[in-house]
Structure formats: C-alpha cells, structure tokens
Design a protein around this ligand. Structure first.
Ligand SMILES: Cc1ncc(COP(=O)(O)O)c(C=O)c1O
Length: 377
C-alpha cells in the first residue's frame, strides 16, 4: 500500500471512532453556539446550496473578517481553510531559486508548498531555552539574503505556544521590510493569545495575514479561512485562484454566524481552554521527568517534553490512542526537535482533559512496553 493510502486509512479509522477524544490537531470541541447551527440549517432547508458563492467570499463575511482583525483598508479573500490561502500565496509569489524562511518548529505544509515551486526553505531553530522558544529579529536578519522572497511566521507558534510581543514583531517586520520580502503572518491561533500584534498594521504593503475559522470558532471540518492583504496585493492573488467558484456556502453561513456571536461566545471558550491548560500542567508537574517548557501557552495547545522520561513521544501517542485519546508527537512538527515532546490540544470539554490527566501515570507505564509503528501518525 502506498504511504498516502495507509495514512489516509489511519485517519479514516480515527474519524470513524465516535468515542475518540481529539486532542492532537488543535481543533475546538466546545459545543457550537445555536446561531451557528441555525445558519447552517437554514441554508440547507432553503436549498441555498444549489448556487456558487461569490468568487472571493460573501461580502458580509469578507467585511466581518476585516472588522474582526481591525484591519480597515485591507481586503480579504475567503478560502477553503487557512491552508488553501497558504498554498495559494506560496504558489503565486514563489519562483524557483527564491528563498522561503521560517522557524523550526513551524507549521510544515507551507514548506512543502514552497519546495514544490522550487524555492529553497531555510529554518531558524527556536526550540530550546537558549532561544526562549521564540524568533529574534537578529537571528532572522542573519539568514536573510537578496533571494529571500517570503518569511513565514506562525504567531502564536504551533506547537510551542509562544507569541511575538509588539516589540518583537516590530523588529521582525523591519528586517523583512529591509529585505523587500513578503511576510506571511499566520494568525490562526491569534484569539487564544494573551496579547497579539498584527504585522499588517506595521507593514501593510507586503504582509499577508492568514486567518482560520477552524480553531477559535471550531469549524475545522467546514473548511473556511482567508488571506488578508492590501487591495493591490490581493488583486494579484485573485488572478488565478485555486477555487474561483467560491468556498462552500453552508460553511460561509456558519462562519458569518460565528462572527456575529463571537463577542458573547468566545470568552467562554477561552476560559475553558485556559482552565484546561492548568489541569494538564498540574498533571505533568506531578510526574518527575515531564516538563512543560512554555507556560502559559498562547495557543489552544501545550507542548509537553517527554525526553527526560526516556519515552519516545510516539509511544505515548500510541498508548493514549488505546484509551481513545488522540495527541500529537513532536515529529509531526519537526524532525530536528520532534523526539523531545508531545503536543496536547486543549480547546475541548473539561472531561477530556481530566481523563487525559487521570490516565497520564498509567499511560506512561504502558508506553514503556509498547512496540509502535509511527509511520502513519
Ligand atoms: C499554523 C496553522 N496554519 C494553518 C492551519 C490550517 O488551518 P485551516 O484548518 O483553516 O486550513 C493550521 C492547522 O492546524 C495551523 O496550525
């Protein structure tokens, strides 16, 4: 069987398991607001799905995204999830021989998109106390060359949970501006951050802000996201989009409804997520050898280091899977640092996190004895 087949079959088994607690993909499992159900139901009842949506999204949704970010003067293109926005930006802007700079760890798919266009990918390690788990402008400046076309910054960083301070992002933007490069500011986890500054406010000319409805609003399976840029830059991105027939209509209705209730609904999601962080941290603190290197996290996830226990992250992932809990091994994010940690997603019902915490000592013992095949994870 080809690797893509076996990997797909693995995920097919996971999605077919109604009892699985999804704590590995940073999805949001807090029950949706009734307004979101109502919007989708109405669209289906009225058979609103026979038509195509406007090519770059419902105007109401586009404006709602801009308002949510507070980026007036910018324009939004709605995409089938943030990942499609990233794919499209990389494919439109990169040429063979360009350089694409990002951190290690980062979110991996944009590196694959860049490589597929013949660009060279450069990663700046940020995992470790010596780096404070964050990117400094000085270290970015040191790798920039005349060939650097794109800097891709995941902020808050997935998986680390660090977010740039205003001073840090200002300094990073200056480096990117000086090089004349584009900055892809992937703000997928922005709503979970304690504090966050949009690079687009500092570098409107060449910042592409990436927006997702998968995490804060819990619509991952509906596939809605956006890229936001100044209208001139967006004009060039709309010339040959991957989906000129518009994103899913039911999904866009859900996204508009989610925006309309965000102010009243999301604070509770954040409260649950932060409380869950505390529960996971306390459970880890009770076990000698487990370390939570970044706390509190600015994302809906936490990195937990397993290295001192002498257990492979993949073994813990497999052991938890036997208890119907999905977490992620570090290697999913980074071959270089991946043997050090697991990642636990926490925008989930409290019961899931309590079960994770309760099982932790037992799962560690089970993981010690497991033989694992991690090729599909
Ligand atoms: C940093 C980052 N960007 C983008 C995405 C993809 O988001 P979407 O579900 O909107 O495609 C993810 C998903 O995990 C992510 O972690």
């Amino acid at each position: 069987m080809k690797r893509f087949e076996s990997r797909n079959a693995h995920f097919d088994r996971l999605v077919a398991n109604p009892d699985l607690r999804w704590m590995g993909q940073n999805t949001n499992h807090v029950p949706a607001h009734p307004a979101v159900f109502e919007a989708m139901e109405k669209c289906i009842r009225d058979e609103g799905f026979h038509i195509y949506a406007p090519p770059v999204g419902y105007e109401k949704l586009r404006h709602g995204i801009i308002d949510d970010l507070g980026l007036s003067g910018m324009a939004a293109m709605v995409t089938d999830g943030a990942v499609e926005a990233l794919y499209h930006v990389c494919h439109t802007l990169l040429q063979p021989g360009d350089e694409f700079v990002t951190t290690d760890p980062t979110w991996n798919w944009p590196m694959a998109f860049a490589r597929s266009k013949g660009a060279e990918v450069k990663q700046i390690p940020i995992y470790g106390e010596e780096y404070g788990y964050r990117l400094s402008a000085e270290r970015l400046a040191a790798v920039m060359t005349a060939k650097t076309k794109i800097v891709y910054l995941v902020d808050p960083n997935n998986p680390l949970g660090t977010a740039c301070t205003k001073e840090e992002i200002s300094a990073i933007v200056e480096v990117v501006r000086k090089a004349g490069a584009y900055l892809i500011h992937d703000c997928t986890y922005r709503d979970f951050a304690f504090d966050h500054t949009l690079a687009a406010t500092l570098y409107p000319e060449k910042t592409l802000t990436i927006y997702s409805f998968s995490k804060w609003s819990g619509l991952a399976g509906l596939r809605v996201g956006a890229v936001i840029a100044n209208p001139d830059l967006l004009e060039s991105l709309t010339a040959s989009p991957p989906n000129n027939l518009g994103s899913n209509i039911v999904s866009q209705q859900a996204a508009m409804a989610a925006l309309s209730i965000k102010k009243q609904w999301f604070p509770e999601v954040l409260r649950i997520t932060r409380e869950n962080q505390r529960i996971v941290k306390e459970a880890c603190d009770k076990i000698d050898g487990l370390v939570v290197p970044v706390f509190p996290s600015n994302g809906n996830f936490l990195v937990v280091e397993t290295q001192k226990l002498g257990i492979a992250p993949e073994a813990l992932v497999a052991a938890y899977q036997h208890h119907n809990i999905m977490i992620r091994q570090g290697a999913y994010h980074t071959p270089k640092f991946g043997d050090r940690f697991i990642k636990v997603s926490i925008s989930v019902p409290a019961g899931w996190v309590e079960e994770f915490a309760h099982l932790l000592p037992r799962v560690i013992e089970e993981a010690r004895t497991l033989k694992i095949d991690a090729s599909n994870f």
